[in-house]
Design a protein around this ligand. Structure first.
Ligand code: FCB
Length: 477
């Protein structure tokens, strides 16, 4: 375990957990909620492991009082959650659903009463299915519908919610679009419209109240190039991107170190810079502009997309190790080399455990994008948790994982980064998208049969950490 006594955090640091509506709420067709793209996906495709659905999920829609009370018991000072657009506006346009709006009113009021700062995400993958039937994110009109929705939410809840995020992980929204577009122009349109919706959302919320803090949440993965195969492979260290210390000669297989670096550069653009450059610099990376399929950029779009956000929400889980591949035309491409293939430690999601990458990611955003305030909006670990006969879940690996990442945040703060908060993914074991019920990420265990909640050892550990930091005046533990 990291020595947490050496760490230091600002006194007003937000200590939270994060959730997403589809993963926890359930009540998929109750109280006037419209169907979402995720309702459609779980009912009409075979993508989801074991045919699981979020129809009931962990029934947060009915158990939210208990869940807020659990957050209080953990001493959280923040809670990141999402609004299900189809719950508040069943068709995504036109009529609002009073019962859906009131659900979030009650939740927000309870959080505020409990001294827990709410952070709201407007689209954590789910959108009303009625809009998908009009093309969804392929249709440019979606950006206007989204901005209208964002404005309405800011009007309704902006008196109690200061922190807003437009979209969660646009890269995953684009990749998870169902049905996957046959026409590559449609994919380019989805990618562009997501960013345009974000920019319009920022402007709409700011027009309601300029004091509200609006950002984008995306998953960032530092990318490290790899050269060679198996035991002879070398991964270039951060800061040594341009050299392979002791690498296997000038070439490994058919590739040179320069090829590996090119592979990593491409992966970095596709994963990180495709989002960071437009929203902070107001332009796409040149590779995207040069791509054979252009994005449908119209005059004025980049200025809207580049409306500077108030903060950056970073979901950090792992790094990408990228190895070069040869494209059919002979040029270099890249492939993700997973930790299992490299014998590196990883979680049940197959993601490498690599805490140092969080410091690297924060510093990259801080240095290259004008030092925005940063919130770590997600970070966590899925493992095979066991409920012991005495009713405990002994998940020391989760506490260690979080401690190691907190140490990297503290390091980044000491290096000048403006990190404002940390939201652990996640509050409750929940419906993990296409992986169904197979992944347990929660600080709180959920019995899949009874939906009973049991705080894991890591949850109590997190409570103690939060309490220690808050007790010490300067914020250090
Ligand atoms: C992130 C998602 C979140 C959850 C975690 C494990 O990419 O934002 O909903 O699924 O991964």
């Amino acid at each position: 375990m990291e020595n947490l006594h050496d760490l230091s955090f600002p006194a007003d640091f937000l200590w939270g957990t994060a959730t997403a509506p589809y993963q926890i709420e359930g009540a998929w067709n109750e109280d006037g909620k419209g169907p979402s793209n995720w309702d459609w996906r779980v009912h009409n495709t075979t993508y989801i492991k074991d045919g699981a659905t979020g129809d009931v999920a962990v029934d947060h829609y009915h158990r939210w009082r208990e869940d807020v009370s659990l957050m209080q018991q953990l001493g959280l000072t923040a809670y990141r959650f999402g609004i299900a657009w189809a719950r508040v506006q069943p068709d995504g346009r036109g009529a609002w659903n009073a019962k859906g709006l009131e659900f979030y009113d009650r939740l927000i009021d309870a959080l505020v009463d409990a001294g827990i700062t709410p952070l709201v995400t407007l689209c954590h993958y789910d959108v009303p299915q009625a809009l998908v039937e009009q093309g969804g994110w392929i249709n440019r009109d979606m950006t206007g519908w989204f901005a209208d929705y964002a404005e309405a939410m800011a009007r309704r809840y902006g008196d109690r919610v200061r922190w807003w995020a437009t979209l969660n992980e646009p890269i995953c929204i684009a990749d998870g679009f169902v049905p996957a577009p046959d026409d590559p122009h449609d994919l380019a349109a989805i990618q562009h419209h997501l960013l345009l919706a974000h920019g319009r959302g920022v402007q709409a919320i700011r027009a309601v109240n300029p004091a509200l803090q609006v950002g984008l949440v995306t998953c960032l993965w530092p990318v490290h190039p790899m050269l060679g195969e198996g035991n002879t492979a070398t991964i270039a260290k951060p800061g040594e991107r341009l050299q392979f210390a002791g690498s296997a000669g000038d070439t490994a297989g058919a590739f040179t170190p320069a090829d590996a670096i090119e592979a990593a550069r491409q992966a970095d653009i596709a994963t990180n810079r495709a989002f960071l450059d437009p929203i902070f610099l107001g332009r796409y990376p040149q590779d995207i502009l040069d791509a054979p399929i252009p994005r449908p950029i119209r005059d004025g779009d980049m200025a809207i997309i580049g409306t500077r956000p108030d903060y950056m929400g970073i979901n950090y889980y792992s790094r990408i190790v990228a190895a070069p591949t040869r494209q059919p035309d002979g040029s270099i491409g890249w492939r993700w080399v997973g930790p299992a293939e490299r014998g590196a430690p990883h979680t049940t999601m197959g993601w490498e455990i690599y805490p140092e990458g969080l410091h690297e990611t924060i510093m990259m955003v801080h240095r290259e994008y004008g030092a925005p305030p940063i919130i770590i909006t997600e970070n966590g670990i899925a493992e095979d948790d066991h409920l012991d006969p005495d009713g405990r879940i002994r998940d020391a690996y989760r506490s260690e994982f979080i401690a190691a990442h907190l140490a990297q945040i503290s390091r980044a703060i000491a290096d000048g980064a403006r990190v404002r908060g940390y939201c652990c993914w996640t509050l409750l074991d929940n419906f993990e998208w296409d992986m169904g019920w197979s992944q347990r990420f929660g600080l709180i265990y959920v019995d899949h049969q009874t939906l009973a909640r049991i705080v894991k050892d890591s949850g109590w550990w997190y409570r103690d950490i939060i309490a220690q930091v808050r007790r010490s005046s300067g914020g250090s533990i």
